[in-house]
Unconditional design. Structure first.
Lengths: 91, 423
């Protein structure tokens, strides 16, 4: 199953300059692991030592924050769009 | 100027003073770092510079992140000084204090800014820095007050502006934004959806999003609230501050302002480096208060459902820092219901003559809650930070009082109104 991962500008240098990547995986975790295999430097940028996402990293599946879904275990359907963005204070 | 560089709050990596907001190494937020080593010696000289400055936030330019100093008529930017914010009243609220069993309560009324909220402080700083960096278009993701301010600053400075808000925002805030001739975009979703969209858009457009890519500069503007409070109290700190919490940025930057001045010796013999800091949230959007009560270090995002729309940020990026601040100062982060918010608006209006929006109702209601709970020593000097104007959220007070309609005759008045009124 293919998923389109959108890479934020701040991470593109660590992703060979790519803005997106097509990755196979059944869950968000599998897709992210696939992305880390493709661009190894991304793993330390956005993941903690224990494999969870750093606290200032937001991941959205079709526009919905995965923390409102099943987090990294959220199932990913074919053709879905996964967006990685920095958390920004609002106001 | 003492401004030095941008620095990651998490891993301390350093970056140049550009339109950057995220650490590329760890994704942590960037903030402005200063080098005050040259100015820390002479407190009297520093105070005189402040007191000799203009009656707005630019009197604190030594502590703000502008490379070229404050904008002014003699500056490179000619007469384009924008909408000077700040120097709002600090009112001693004895009747409010008496009602709550306290002795010394002050109301910092930041509704007295050009667009009637504290956002003019942060926008003034962000937009001035954006101009220094050469941007020609300013933009924001907003819950309303920021929209008003960005649109107005764009008009004052002749900059194009784009303002993104949740489509279901209070009508008053929509009207008070569109009138400035901005490009107003209502987004179908809540604030967190608007914020996500703008974060994506920020990478696609060469615009200064004041609260995204200009955020390190923007956030610094909130420190001026602390500077003013301290200056207005005669270079002293309050014992406690009650501050509304949405993203947590205002709450933490007010504390940062107090800390900077204490470190520089500008505060008269502080009993402690910081006041007790109490954050105020609405129960319908209380990720920070929830984490505080549960003893957590991070906030679990929520879907907002409250009348306090200006505080309706379900995913507060500065939440961890707000939690840490409340805990290390002996404060708290509390939440109040929509009914308590309405009662808070009324309490403040009835006892001080200040009519605040829902966010101020949240703050006042939390003060009342802390007082009722016995958390506040009656001898404490308490500052209540009122961030916005009641006229922007009129729906919140509809139906909270009765009016009389009578024929224009003395008899009608006597019959319906004056009964029970002592003459």
């Amino acid at each position: 199953m293919g998923c389109l991962v959108k890479i934020p500008t701040q991470l593109r240098a660590a992703a060979g300059g790519e803005a997106e990547a097509k990755i196979d995986g059944a869950t968000v975790r599998e897709v992210l692991n696939g992305l880390f295999e493709l661009h190894q430097e991304l793993r330390v940028r956005i993941s903690d030592e224990d494999g969870s996402l750093r606290r200032f990293v937001n991941v959205y599946l079709a526009g919905e924050d995965i923390r409102f879904l099943d987090g990294l275990a959220t199932p990913v359907s074919d053709g879905a769009e996964l967006t990685i963005l920095p958390a920004v204070a609002g106001g | 100027m003492a401004v030095s560089h941008l620095q990651c709050k998490e891993c301390k990596a350093q970056y140049p003073l550009e339109a950057l907001y995220v650490c590329e190494r760890c994704f942590g937020p960037l903030e402005v770092a200063y080098d005050h080593s040259r100015s820390s010696g002479d407190v009297g000289e520093l105070r005189r510079r402040i007191q000799g400055g203009p009656q707005n936030i630019w009197r604190y330019a030594d502590f703000l992140p502008l490379a070229g100093g404050p904008p002014g008529p003699s500056g490179r930017l000619a007469s384009r000084v924008g909408l000077p914010a700040g120097c709002t009243p600090l009112i001693r609220a004895d009747r409010l204090a008496a009602r709550l069993g306290l002795r010394e309560v002050w109301v910092k009324n930041d509704a007295a800014n050009p667009t009637h909220s504290f956002k003019d402080r942060v926008v003034s700083v962000a937009v001035t820095r954006a101009r220094e960096l050469g941007f020609e278009t300013i933009a924001c993701a907003s819950t309303g007050n920021l929209a008003n301010s960005v649109a107005a600053h764009g008009a004052a400075l002749g900059l194009e502006s784009y303002v993104f808000v949740p489509a279901d925002l209070e009508e008053q805030k929509i009207l008070a934004t569109g009138i400035y001739g901005t490009n107003l975009v209502g987004v179908q979703g809540n604030y967190d959806d608007v914020n996500r969209l703008c974060t994506e858009l920020c990478a696609e457009r060469d615009w200064a999003f004041v609260n995204i890519n200009l955020r390190p500069y923007y956030a610094e503007g909130s420190k001026t609230l602390a500077f003013e409070i301290a200056e207005q109290l005669g270079w002293e700190l309050p014992d406690r501050c009650i501050v509304p919490v949405a993203s947590g940025s205002l709450f933490t930057k007010i504390a940062r302002g107090f800390e900077e001045w204490t470190e520089l010796g500008l505060i008269e013999s502080p009993a402690r480096p910081l006041p007790r800091m109490n954050g105020a949230q609405a129960q319908g959007c209380s990720p920070v208060a929830g984490a505080f009560a549960a003893g957590h270090d991070v906030c679990r995002p929520v879907k907002p459902n409250t009348i306090a729309k200006s505080l309706a940020i379900g995913n507060p990026a500065d939440g961890p820092y707000a939690l840490d601040l409340a805990r290390r100062t002996g404060g708290s982060v509390d939440a109040v219901s929509d009914e308590e918010i309405r009662a808070g608006i009324k309490l403040l209006a009835e006892t001080t003559g200040v009519f605040t929006e829902t966010a101020g109702g949240v703050t006042t209601a939390v003060l009342a809650k802390l007082a009722a709970r016995g958390d506040i020593d009656p001898d404490e000097r308490v500052v209540l930070v009122i961030t916005g104007e009641g006229l922007k959220t009129l729906d919140a007070v509809r139906g909270t009082f009765e009016t009389s309609t009578i024929a224009p005759t003395l008899e009608a008045f006597e019959a319906s109104v004056s009964e029970g009124v002592a003459v």
